[in-house]
Design a protein around this ligand. Structure first.
Ligand code: TYD
Ligand code: MG
Length: 449
């Protein structure tokens, strides 16, 4: 049976059509030929996997020792280092720094006993070497294979017995047994399955790079996400990059890693305190809040733009903050501060490319919108911490002490907080706000004192 693959989204059908039924693109369906050898392989794999069940208590529950990559931020996000046999997907938009991070990691983990194998199906050895020079990589134990052919990869694993494998990228890999284009669903499914199996059989930690567009992954490697142990996403704005685990069978998905891209590669920012602040806090429409990512607290500038709406339905746009929480905050503002936003567009942004689901930013969001609406800046040096309830009540936030400490450390003068939150500080003033209706009185009272 012939199959047809959309070159845009990777959708596969058995019938040709002028328009892809999945993504709607025109003239993108290509004949990918016949799939051969698939049935046969399935059978042998099934018969090989017959084993006996073992008692729960006898199962080996011990974790194999992790290898530290020497890049602390990466180790933290992985849950404490690289686990033998783990399969990791590293996703991110083109140009974000995936290849750079992988090369830096591979060069550090490579050792005489266990070399690292870096497979690139996208760049030439010369390009990668040039990048390596920029990064100051000089190790002899790092091997480059510039091929998209899965069989070449398997041969080199058997020959070199590496202690780490990087595939850059999974979209460039091809199993010649499957007659469809690299990047198509069937190739990615097939290549990922083989590589994950290899990883497990050889205790070989394997990192698969996957390209993501703004709308999601090219050719939908959601399947890849399901097949690997850990999914990391690399994202960010400008020089600052954030590494985040979206799924992790070997650790939590709480922690983030912060990096800065410089001329000589990615540098970790082990103390990202204040790095997301841009000194905007005296502009109208800006309020400073505190958010937690794993065990670290960050202060963040919430920016809002409130302008008269030019069309019937006003726009609500939120970047980095849950749009539903913004809607709730606006409704609560209308009800308890009698601010009518029905004729206004509201745009909200967390400065520095941050993104969070932490409800502790609610109070800062509300204050930013009011400040934007009135075109009046909030007093300098103020941090707002609080979750908003539907009744307009300000709820205490988790780990308030950490957030307050961060504010004190960065020289802020006052923190607004629910009276039920447990936090104190020597260097700054803590102002209690119980209800949204008292927010501006609290802000002003703090200033006068
Ligand atoms: P790259 O790792 O190639 O991104 P990806 O593999 O995710 O597509 O890096 C992309 C950008 O990083 C590129 O625009 C150049 C920049 N860069 C630096 O600024 N400094 C460096 O040392 C390197 C290697 C890259
Ligand atoms: Mg790359």
């Amino acid at each position: 049976m012939d199959i047809f693959v959309c070159s845009d989204c990777g959708n596969e059908t058995t019938k040709w059509s002028g328009r892809c039924p999945s993504c709607g693109a025109w003239n993108t369906m290509r004949d990918a030929g016949r799939i051969i050898g698939k049935g046969k392989k399935r059978k042998s794999a099934a018969s090989a996997s017959v084993t006996e069940a073992e008692p729960f208590a006898a199962a080996d529950g011990e974790m194999k020792p992790r290898a530290r990559s020497g890049i602390g931020e990466l180790d933290t996000v992985l849950g404490g280092g690289v686990v033998p046999g783990m399969a990791v997907l590293v996703g991110g938009e083109p140009g974000i720094g995936k290849s750079t991070l992988m090369l830096q990691m591979a060069s550090r983990l490579a050792s005489a006993k266990q070399p690292a194998l870096y497979v690139s199906g996208e760049e030439s050895a010369q390009q990668i070497r040039l990048r390596g020079l920029r990064l100051g990589i000089e190790t002899e134990e790092l091997f480059l294979l510039c091929s998209g052919n899965l069989q070449h990869v398997e041969q080199e694993i058997a020959r070199l017995r590496p202690g780490l494998l990087v595939i850059d990228s999974i979209q460039a890999m091809q199993n010649p047994d499957v007659e469809s284009a690299p990047g198509s669903m069937s190739q990615m499914r097939e290549c990922t399955a083989r590589l994950v199996r290899l990883a497990k059989d050889n205790d070989l930690p394997t990192f698969l790079v996957g390209h993501v567009t703004k709308e999601g992954m090219v050719a939908g490697p959601r399947i890849v996400e399901h097949m690997v142990d850990t999914v990391l996403y690399f994202e960010g704005e400008g020089h600052l990059k954030i590494l985040r685990a979206q799924k992790n069978r070997f650790g939590s998905t709480n922690e983030i890693g912060v990096f800065e891209m410089r001329a000589d590669g990615l540098h970790e920012i082990a103390d990202p305190s204040g790095i997301f602040l841009h000194g905007l806090d005296h502009a109208p429409g800006v309020a400073v809040g505190g958010m937690m990512e794993g065990s670290r607290a960050f202060l963040v500038e919430v920016q809002s733009l409130v302008t008269p709406a030019s069309y019937g339905t006003p726009q609500r746009v939120s970047i980095g903050y849950d749009p539903k929480r913004l809607s709730v905050a606006l409704a609560v503002l209308e009800k308890f501060l009698a601010i009518n936003l029905r004729q206004h567009d509201v745009f909200l942004n967390l400065a520095g490319g941050l993104r969070t689901r932490d409800p502790a930013l609610d109070l800062a969001v509300a204050a930013a919108v009011v400040s934007g609406f009135r075109d009046k800046p909030l007093p300098r040096g103020t941090v707002l911490l609080g979750e908003l309830g539907l009744g307009g009540e300000v709820r205490p936030v988790s780990q308030a002490a950490r957030r307050v400490n961060e504010a004190a450390k960065l020289g802020f003068k006052r923190v607004l907080l629910s009276p039920r939150a447990k936090a104190s500080a020597d260097k700054l003033e803590i102002v209690a706000v119980e209800h949204l209706s008292g927010l501006f009185a609290a802000i002003d009272s703090g200033v006068q004192r």
